[in-house]
Design a protein around this ligand. Sequence first.
Ligand code: GLC
Ligand code: CA
Length: 562
Amino acid sequence: MDKKWWKEGVVYQIYPRSFNDSNGDGIGDLQGIIEKVDYLDKLGIDVVWLSPVYDSPNDDNGYDISHYQKIMDEFGTMEDWEELLEALHTKGIKLIMDLVVNHTSDEHNWFVKSRKSKDNPYRDYYIWRKGRTDTPPNNWRSNFGGSAWQYDKVTGEYYLHLFSKKQPDLNWENRNLREDIYKMMTWWLDKGIDGFRMDVINFISKAPGLPDGDSEVGPGAMGSEHYVDGPKVHQYLKEMNKEVLSKYDIMTVGEMPFVTADEGAKYVAPDRNELNMVFQFEHVLFDEGSKGRLGKPRDWKLTDLKKILHKWQVKLQEENGWNSLYLNNHDQPRMVSRFGDDKEYRVESAKMLATLLHTLQGTPYIYQGEEIGMTNFPFESIDDIRDIDTLNKLQEEQKKGNIDDLNEMMDVVRYWSRDNARTPIQWDNSQHAGFTTGTPWIKVNPNFKEVNVKKALNNSESIFYYYQDLISLRKEEPIIVYGDYQLLLEDDENIYAYLRELEGEKLLVILNFFAEKPEFKLPDDISFQEQELLISNYDVSKEEGIDKINLQPYEARVYKLK
Ligand code: GLC
Ligand code: CA
């Protein structure tokens, strides 16, 4: 196994709008992050992934970029950004930037020029087509609802947008566009960043002729079979790797909705020279019911989740690839509300889930606030929702006549909305949880008096210190990083257990996923002389044997066996 810093590290994702506001305008900013670098250092993380801070009209909170080499005014200046990089590097923390190059904002200069005429040099930077008598060029739907095409009267043609109509898709077939993107990436790398997280990067290559989609075939929105892992995506990533990535000691992780494990392995197999890791989505899509995110989640069984994570562990191990480990981010509900229990066992279940993320094979990603067990928001009215994805999709349902009032859907919104993850970090129990002295751009979760950083830091039993322990264990025990993975108790519906093995040492991980109290039985064929408890979320006596364990609700234990 090749040793790499990005395999040994732990990544912390910052969604800047919601992290910390330094100037009282209600919006998190770069100086706000700088104020908290000591906090990140205390947690012990190795890498920060910063969600977009580039110039943007904020149709999709910065994922609609109007200038790749400028900082959004609301977040600060390029000098602030440089100060942040310096502050992180001084603490030995690396910085990876979000790279959003499937699309730009419609306010990006390239698009402003592109839309002006049919024969300007930037026309072909985007995907323009004639309509079919009064209808768009094909039946593709946007991932945020509605048609994926927007008519533009200036030239009488439609442009493709897989996300909002203010996010036109770039045309990767165009060599000049690709060169411009590589130049821009090189410019950031030369400023000293340590890598990229690449937004929906497996969508960049569209099938020739842009054929109509078939809802029976596509894995996502109508038409998705013609751009998810599209025909030239590997060619483009190899080119990007050769021209840019390979010249630096950096890490790369590609966000890849609907990618399968077989395809995923191709993106990360080291000898193919594409990316280091992918964010796969199978385990954050598996609980969707028949109506997707417009309906209740389906009941899931632990074996459903295990099957998915197991498949990725085994596949990438076979191919010498590397996993990224996450259960939530700025697009997903809070992990403790979704996979754990955000009420009675909030603390225990948050620690149990953290144990999973930090002991599987791969690089763990912590989403801001996860380390204090932040929960979903009890949204009561659609007026509290800011997310374009939630709002667009609900408005579409309303237009179709499926609902009268958007507020009928609040159950669904409370479960699925991306805004659950986007409420401000709860720093303390003062007004607005210490996030801002002004009015926050999105409401603070009312549980902030109970759940906040200050309280966590004052309690040695808090989720925060459990994360700190997990992170330092990773540094002390190479088996956690480099050990082989082997699933135990495959069919157990309560317990997720596995072994990691490295040079004669074994790591045994036992996770009780629910509030019941199942009995754990150690499989007979696991032999060892000595056991050492490395971490647990309940008090456990060192003498206790491990052949049989009566597990507590959401109990997690990690043993080293010799
Ligand atoms: C990715 C981002 C998400 C964004 C979308 C379009 O999925 O994570 O926040 O809305 O791409 O850029
Ligand atoms: Ca601010």
